[in-house]
Design a protein around this ligand. Structure first.
Ligand code: SF4
Length: 454
C-alpha cells in the first residue's frame, strides 16, 4: 500500500531517474568485454546446445528507406534494394557457421523472429530465399512460433502470403501514433487505412496473432492524441499491444535531435499519457502482462503470463523460452544463458568478417555465479512481479536493505524471502529491478547510460 504521505506525483518525481529496461542482466553497458572471446562464446553455444537442441533464432534485417527520428534501433537508411541479396548471403553463411558448431546434429527451431530495421523492406522472394536457406539446416520444433516486424506502409499481400507459407503466424505492426503532427515530427507515416488493410489481409490469410507497437512520450503527443491513437487501435483489435515508453537518448541516437526536449512530454505528463492509454486498453478487455505489454485473454502471451512461463529477452516479453537464442545479422545479440554476445554494428564490417569466415561477434559477457542469480531474480520480477530469494544466498540482506525505501513508498512488499511488486509498483518495475542490479549499484555512471525510468 502507498503510504498516505506519498502521492503518485511525488513518486514519479522521485523515481524518474536513468534506468535500464532489463532486457538482459547484466545490461549491455556492464558487460565485461575484456574477459569475453569468440572461443569462449562458441564453447558456451555448444554446451547449451548439448543440453537442449531447441533454438530461438533472431534475424536482424537493418535496412529502412527513411529514418524515423525517434528510432533507437540499429538501422541502415537506403533506397537501394540491391543490398538485399548480398546481405542474405552473409546471413546464411553466419547461420552455417553456427550449425557447424553442432557436430552434424540438426537444431530444432522453436522460434524465428525477423526484426530490424524493416524486414518488409526486403522483397518477398528474398525473404523466402532467406527462410528456406535457414530451414535447410534445421528442423522445426512442434509448437514453434515464427514472427516478423512489419511496417504497415510497405507490407504487401505477397509479403504476408509468402511468410505465412513459410510457417509465420505472428506479426508485429509498428504503429507508434496515428496523429498526423506526431507522425510528421517523428517522420513515420502510415494511415489508419493502411494499417487496417494489412490487418484484414493478414487475418484473411490466417495469421493468428497481430501485435501493435505503440509509443508514449513522443514529441508533440498530448492526452488527446494518445486517446485518439488508442481508440483507433481498439477499433482494429490487435491481439497484443506493446505500449512502450519513448527512450530519449540523443547522445546515442542523433536523429532524436530533430526535435527538442521542449517538444517532449516528461515526468508526470509522460506518466499521465501511459496511465490514460493503459486505462483505455484494460477497459477494452486486454490484460496487463508485464511492463508495457498487454494481450487478449486468448492470446499465447497472456496464457504464458498466467502460467508463469513468460520470458524477457532483447525483443521484450516472449511467450516461450529456449536456453539458446542465436541472433544473426548486424548488431544482433545472442544469449546462451551463461553468456551473451553481440555482432558488429556496421553492414560493412559484418560482410568483411563473414567473408573471412569469422563469426562476427565482437563483444559479450560470460556470466559468473552472482550474475546468474541476479539474472534469475530480475527476470522473475519483470515476468512474474515477484522474487523468491534463494535461501541463504549471500546477497539477500543487501537486496532487502536496498529495497527498504521502495517498501516504504509502497512499491514492493516483503514477506520472509518473498518480494512482491504491488499494484502501484508495476509502474516502477525498472526502479525495483535496480535494487537487485549489483553491477549498477557498484557503478556511478548510470546517468550517462540509460533513458529515464518514466
Ligand atoms: S523505427 Fe523502425 S522503420 Fe523507423 S528507422 Fe527505426 S528501424 Fe527503421
Amino acid at each position: 500500500m502507498m503510504t498516505s504521505q506519498v502521492t503518485m506525483e511525488e513518486l514519479v518525481q522521485k523515481y524518474n531517474v536513468a534506468a535500464p529496461r532489463y532486457t538482459s542482466y547484466p545490461t549491455v553497458p556492464f558487460w565485461d568485454n575484456e574477459a569475453f572471446s569468440r572461443t569462449a562464446w562458441t564453447d558456451q553455444v555448444y554446451q547449451t546446445f548439448e543440453r537442449s537442441k531447441e533454438i530461438s533464432l533472431y534475424i536482424h534485417l537493418p535496412f529502412c528507406e527513411s529514418l524515423c527520428t525517434y528510432c533507437g534501433c540499429n538501422t541502415r537508411i537506403t533506397k537501394n534494394h540491391r543490398v538485399e541479396e548480398p546481405y542474405i548471403a552473409s546471413l546464411l553463411k553466419e547461420w552455417e557457421m553456427y550449425v557447424a558448431l553442432f557436430n552434424g546434429e540438426r537444431p530444432l527451431l522453436a522460434e524465428i523472429h525477423l526484426g530490424g530495421g524493416t524486414p518488409t523492406f526486403f522483397h518477398p522472394d528474398n525473404l523466402r530465399m532467406l527462410i528456406e536457406g535457414i530451414l535447410a539446416h534445421a528442423d522445426v520444433a512442434p509448437h514453434s512460433s515464427f514472427s516478423f516486424e512489419a511496417h504497415p506502409a510497405n507490407t504487401t499481400v505477397t509479403h504476408l502470403q509468402t511468410l505465412f507459407d513459410l510457417g509465420f503466424r505472428r506479426l508485429s505492426l509498428g504503429i507508434q501514433d496515428f496523429d498526423p503532427l506526431v507522425q510528421f515530427v517523428i517522420n513515420r507515416h502510415q494511415s489508419l487505412e493502411e494499417v487496417e488493410e494489412v490487418m484484414q489481409n493478414a487475418r484473411k490469410i490466417g495469421f493468428e496473432s497481430i501485435n501493435f507497437d505503440l509509443i508514449y512520450g513522443l514529441p508533440k503527443q498530448t492526452l488527446a492524441t494518445v486517446a485518439d491513437t488508442i481508440q483507433k487501435s481498439m477499433r482494429l483489435g490487435p491481439d497484443r499491444i506493446s505500449f512502450y515508453s519513448y527512450a530519449h537518448v540523443p547522445w546515442i541516437k542523433p536523429g532524436q535531435r530533430h526535435y527538442t526536449e521542449a517538444d517532449l512530454p516528461s515526468g508526470a505528463a509522460k506518466l499521465a499519457l501511459y496511465n490514460l492509454g493503459k486505462k483505455m486498453i484494460l477497459a477494452h478487455g486486454y490484460e496487463d502482462v508485464g511492463m508495457d505489454h498487454f494481450a487478449k485473454r486468448e492470446d499465447e502471451l497472456f496464457m504464458a503470463f498466467q502460467q508463469e512461463r513468460l520470458h524477457r529477452n532483447f525483443m521484450g516479453y516472449a511467450d516461450r523460452f529456449s536456453p539458446l537464442l542465436i541472433g544473426i545479422g548486424v548488431s544482433s545479440i545472442s544469449d546462451a544463458w551463461g553468456a551473451f554476445a553481440q555482432n558488429v554494428k556496421t553492414v560493412e564490417e559484418y560482410h568483411q568478417l563473414i567473408e573471412a569466415g569469422i563469426l562476427p561477434v565482437v563483444k559479450g559477457h560470460l556470466l559468473n555465479e552472482e550474475d546468474l542469480l541476479i539474472r534469475r531474480y530480475i527476470l522473475d520480477m519483470m515476468c512474474k512481479g515477484k522474487v523468491q530469494l534463494q535461501t541463504g544466498a549471500p546477497l539477500n540482506e543487501q537486496i532487502i536493505d536496498e529495497l527498504s525505501e521502495l517498501v516504504a513508498d509502497g512499491l514492493v512488499s516483503i514477506t520472509g524471502d518473498l518480494i512482491q511488486c504491488t499494484a502501484i509498483g508495476r509502474s516502477f518495475l525498472r526502479n525495483i529491478c535496480m535494487a537487485f542490479d549489483q553491477r549498477l549499484l557498484r557503478s556511478k555512471t548510470q546517468n550517462q547510460l540509460f533513458s529515464q525510468a518514466i
